[in-house]
Design a binder for this molecule. Structure first.
Ligand SMILES: Cc1cc2nc3c(=O)[nH]c(=O)nc-3n(C[C@H](O)[C@H](O)[C@H](O)COP(=O)(O)OP(=O)(O)OC[C@H]3O[C@@H](n4cnc5c(N)ncnc54)[C@H](O)[C@@H]3O)c2cc1C
Length: 529
């Protein structure tokens, strides 16, 4: 079952390996435990609902509590300290388009706000209620998760938008197909959430981001229902699909979507290569991306991420062996790890494998056996559980991401890492910062940074420090001309930076499209603009 707060399935944990403890102490300081508020105490704090339970909308405190916040650090601070400034007044679980239309009608009649809710895995405050707003209802799409149609000839499927990653893959795999969209939040995030935030899966190099996978669908909005027909391609004016991609729940509720499928691959493996430096590794993956190699994933970690990954794996014997062995061939402390994926037919993956090896060798890369790649594959959705473990040991962990042209990747990456590392010096605190390049394009790359620091006893102080770090890094991204988000979206937390990227005319355009679908501002008014 999904945890009531924090990340993930309550049956799964990622215990902190004892061998990783000294590494963390060295990089952030002594670990400590804090007393977090219990569920019982928190439930007592949920205020009375401003709406009445009418069957379609539930108002019990537990439902309102578990839908109150998403997965950002700010959300975690609120959920673990009990300082939650706003709760939804009710939660609805529609089961059909008619239910959604009924909810919109009820909201219009009574002046309610509506928040579409997929898996609640937003890391940018997308699904939070706002205290300055009137009564708010969270619309949880979990009961709209059916496979409606699978067209084997065209290789498309129509699926309800509340379906989460595992259910989608299970329904398709059974018939021999795959969507292939695997964000790290795969276990809980949903088709509707992916479209509404323009998400990216780990194997985007092969399957693409969600944009090319989303072919059409159905939206229920205050202005009416919108059916988006499916075409292989269309030159009939601007593409309305593109307006719904990234709409962050502001234009209504996507109830179903038609998606592009791929046959289950004949073979799939993940492999690893070490490079002596970040520069050599980056040059290698750039060449791979610009050569359009048939790989499904290229994920290049910087030296600190490489070291942290090895340390947190909890296999000190293996780490020592790797350290000694790689040292002998000149791959020392600055080593960087590339994990790459080979997906498809045996013939195509063999070809891609040889091409990756050829380019890697030119950049002094050293391929290791399949153990590291296989371990990455096994733990690809497990890493977020570590965030919970670290949180319980007094360490906050957050991520941020951008995309930049290749010509700026190295300089901006080092500027962001420097600013994050130094951002808490005034408090005499250390910040552990590491990064990887994940989604690669011929013209540039997305850069994903993780930073860890110590929580303080006072949740407001922890929040203030988190804001300092996030603002410092975001300002560098914006000044360098990077996007404020390659994959997580804008939500509430990034909207101050959106105007730099879109320009005032661009923002007006977005606002006017929102006004067409939702003239009275019923939906998710905290997001985007
Ligand atoms: C541990 C972790 C790992 C992550 N890894 C990735 C990653 O690899 N790649 C990536 O892109 N993102 C990642 N994210 C971010 C997040 O998972 C994505 O933004 C995801 O697409 C959100 O999907 P969701 O179903 O959880 O949506 P929610 O968080 O519930 O909602 C997100 C937004 O979409 C809107 N929305 C949801 N459903 C609908 C609908 N049916 N109709 C209209 N609007 C809707 C909501 O109103 C909200 O504005 C990660 C998050 C976490 C916590």
């Amino acid at each position: 079952m999904k945890r009531w707060r924090g990340w993930g399935d309550d049956q799964k944990t990622y215990p902190l390996p004892e061998s990783a403890r000294p590494y963390l102490v060295e990089h952030v300081g002594q670990l400590s435990k804090f007393k977090d508020i219990s569920q019982k105490e928190l439930l007592k704090k949920v205020p009375n609902s401003r709406i009445k339970n009418d069957g379609l909308i539930l108002t019990d405190p537990f439902e309102r509590l578990i839908h109150a916040r998403g997965q950002s650090v700010g959300d975690w601070i609120a959920m673990y300290s009990g300082r939650i400034d706003a709760y939804p007044d009710g939660v609805a679980y529609p089961e059909s388009d008619e239910d959604v239309r009924e909810l919109i009608k009820t909201a219009r009649r009574n002046g309610y706000h509506l928040i579409p809710y997929g898996g609640g895995s937003s890391v940018l405050g997308h699904i939070n209620a706002h205290k300055e707003e009137g009564p708010t209802v969270t619309v949880d799409m979990a009961r709209m998760s059916r496979l409606l149609n699978l067209d084997e000839i065209s290789r498309t499927a129509e699926i309800e938008c509340g379906a989460a990653g595992p259910a989608i893959e299970a329904m398709l795999n059974e018939r021999g197909y795959r969507l292939g969209h695997f964000p790290q939040s795969f276990e809980f995030s949903t088709l509707g959430g992916w479209i509404a935030t323009r998400s990216t899966g780990q194997q985007s190099y092969y399957y693409g981001r969600i944009e090319p996978l989303f072919l059409g669908g159905h939206l229920e909005s205050p202005a009416g229902s919108l059916e988006l027909p499916v075409f292989p391609a269309s030159a009939a004016g601007p593409d309305i699909k593109q307006m719904l991609l990234g709409s962050e729940g502001r234009m209504g509720i996507l109830t179903r979507a038609t998606i592009r499928l791929t046959k289950l691959p004949e073979t799939e493996t993940f492999r690893a290569i070490f490079f002596p430096t970040w520069e050599s590794g980056t040059a290698a993956v750039r060449e791979m991306a610009q050569s359009h190699l048939g790989v499904s994933m290229l994920r290049m970690s910087d030296p600190i991420e490489t070291e942290t990954t090895l340390q947190l794996a909890g296999k000190p014997g293996f780490v020592n062996l790797a350290h000694k062995g790689l040292g002998l061939i000149g791959i020392k402390e600055q080593r960087c790890l590339l994990i790459y994926g080979l997906t498809g037919t045996s013939r195509a993956t063999r070809l891609a494998y040889h091409e990756v090896q050829r380019i890697a060798r030119q950049h002094h890369g050293f391929a290791v056996n399949f153990v590291i790649g296989h371990t990455w594959e096994k733990s690809r959705f497990k890493t977020p559980y570590l965030r919970e473990t670290l949180w319980n040991n007094g360490v906050g962990l957050d991520t941020l991401e951008t995309a930049l042209p290749w010509s700026q990747v190295l300089t901006v990456n080092s500027a962001i890492r420097k600013s994050l590392s130094e951002s808490l010096e005034r408090f005499n605190e250390k910040v552990l910062v590491f990064s990887h390049l994940s989604h690669l394009y011929p013209d540039g790359a997305s850069m994903y940074l993780t930073f860890g620091w110590r929580r303080t006893k006072d949740p407001d102080e922890t929040n203030a420090r988190w804001q300092i770090m996030k603002n410092a890094a975001s300002e560098i991204i914006i000044q360098a001309g990077g996007t404020i988000s390659h994959q997580h979206g804008v939500g509430h937390d990034h909207k101050v930076w959106l105007s730099t990227e879109k320009g005032l005319l661009g923002l007006k355009t977005i606002q006017s499209v929102i006004n067409v679908f939702d003239p009275k501002g019923i939906f998710n008014t905290g997001n985007l603009i």
